[in-house]
Design a protein around this ligand. Structure first.
Ligand SMILES: Cc1ncc(COP(=O)(O)O)c(C=O)c1O
Length: 388
């Protein structure tokens, strides 16, 4: 069943206005930077879109009740989380969601906290809404990236109103466990801090035995201080279709969220809804096959990177993104270094942590192997030069 999808098939993305590929148009640089995958979307999604295109009228579209019901069932079946349809707020993107959260919670001049490294819009959204950003560091401990709860407590100010959580975490690939989430929730609850939980990567768990826990599913009290952000876009490779949602159980918070959206956030486009229904309802086998493929890519990346002198990567529990520490390599500008070697990576500085790069392994394995070979050769050559 799982073998019917062939993720090894090359897909030529040139001429499709691909952000990922056009960055290096005309250059021999393998693009492994921005977070979309090179795979075609599930057959059910493509069929549903083609059918809808055949209809030919693309008018204003309401959120399909069917999709709300699919999400309610998904939350219950996957996470044991009982969600009401009314709690779902549709959004044309999760970056929009992050910015709306910052506007919806607190006032100008308030503080918004997050833990770095983190997806760049977490670092820019607070200032877009005239809030101050407070950064705490994730720390490497027990072979993985963890919250530093003491530093978080210490950094909280009287004006801290919001914590921006990313779970599973982009870029470090952590799936936070129940103890970590409970500790964070308890700190936020004690200080009256709202949690924005970006869970866009929750369908991309690679580590057998790990399960995603929406922080809002821990208790009704925690749900009441949480805005959960989700989308089918990462899991089913639909980011160009702009369809995401927030789940907000607290009616006051939901009201503020809608008020912050009012007049500036556009509706979700028709195709996004159609794709989301087919993705969540009819693409389970494709999803299972994808995870299997990504797991093997992940293993290849970790073993190859950790053999390269001066580079290291921790285990990636979720996402198709590897967070690579280059600090021991002595390379000053790692993005430029690897671009010169023919591989395009994402700059760690943008995530708040220089000295790191992010590698997207959501591509066919032969391309990934080629990129890793290019990186190994460049690193090997450099160590020979620096030794001599
Ligand atoms: C944690 C996280 N949130 C949000 C997004 C982007 O969401 P959207 O494309 O829906 O704005 C990404 C994309 O990589 C992401 O990793």
């Amino acid at each position: 069943m799982v073998d019917q999808y062939n993720f090894d098939t090359p897909v030529d993305r040139s001429g499709t206005y691909s952000m990922k590929w056009d960055k290096y148009k005309g250059k021999d640089i393998i693009p492994l930077w921005v977070a979309d995958m090179d795979f075609v979307s599930p057959p059910a999604v493509r069929d549903a879109l083609i059918k809808r295109i055949g209809h030919g009228v693309f008018g204003y579209t309401l959120p399909p009740q069917e999709l709300n019901e699919i999400i309610v069932s998904l939350m219950k079946n996957e996470y044991g989380w009982k969600v009401e349809k009314e709690w779902i707020v549709w959004l044309p993107g999760l970056v929009t969601g992050l910015n709306v959260v910052c506007r919806a919670v607190g006032e100008d001049g308030d503080d918004v906290m997050t833990a770095i490294p983190v997806y760049p819009p977490f670092l820019t959204a607070p200032a877009n809404s005239r809030r101050n950003l407070i950064k705490t560091d994730l720390v490497e401990s027990n072979g993985k990236w963890e919250f530093d709860f003491k530093s978080i407590e210490k950094a909280i100010t009287k004006r801290t109103r919001l914590f921006l959580l990313c779970n599973p975490h982009n870029p470090v690939g952590r799936v936070y466990n129940i103890d970590e989430l409970s500790s964070l929730a308890s700190i936020c609850s004690r200080h009256g801090i709202i949690i924005s939980s970006d869970e866009i990567h929750c369908g991309l768990l690679l580590e057998p035995g790990k399960c995603h826990i929406p922080i809002a599913s821990l208790s009704n009290e925690i749900a009441d201080l949480t805005i959960t952000l989700m989308a089918p876009s990462k899991t089913f490779n639909l980011p160009g279709l702009g369809c995401s949602f927030a789940i907000i159980s607290n009616p006051e918070l939901r009201k503020s969220f809608y008020a912050a959206m009012n007049g500036i956030v556009p509706r979700v486009n028709t195709m996004g809804y159609i794709a989301a229904i087919a993705a969540y309802r009819d693409s389970h086998d494709w999803h299972a096959a994808l995870l299997d493929y990504l797991r093997k890519n992940r293993d290849l990346v970790i073993s190859s990177i950790n053999k390269m002198p001066g580079l290291s990567s921790r285990q990636i529990e979720a996402t198709y993104l590897a967070w690579i520490d280059t600090r021991q390599s002595g390379i000053e500008d790692p993005v430029k270094f690897f671009e010169d070697a023919g591989v395009g990576l994402f700059e760690g500085k943008e995530f708040g942590t220089p000295g790191f790069v992010r590698l997207n392994f959501g591509c066919r394995r032969s391309l990934l192997k080629n990129a890793l070979e290019r990186m190994a050769i460049a690193i090997g050559r450099r160590s020979l030069i620096t030794k001599s």
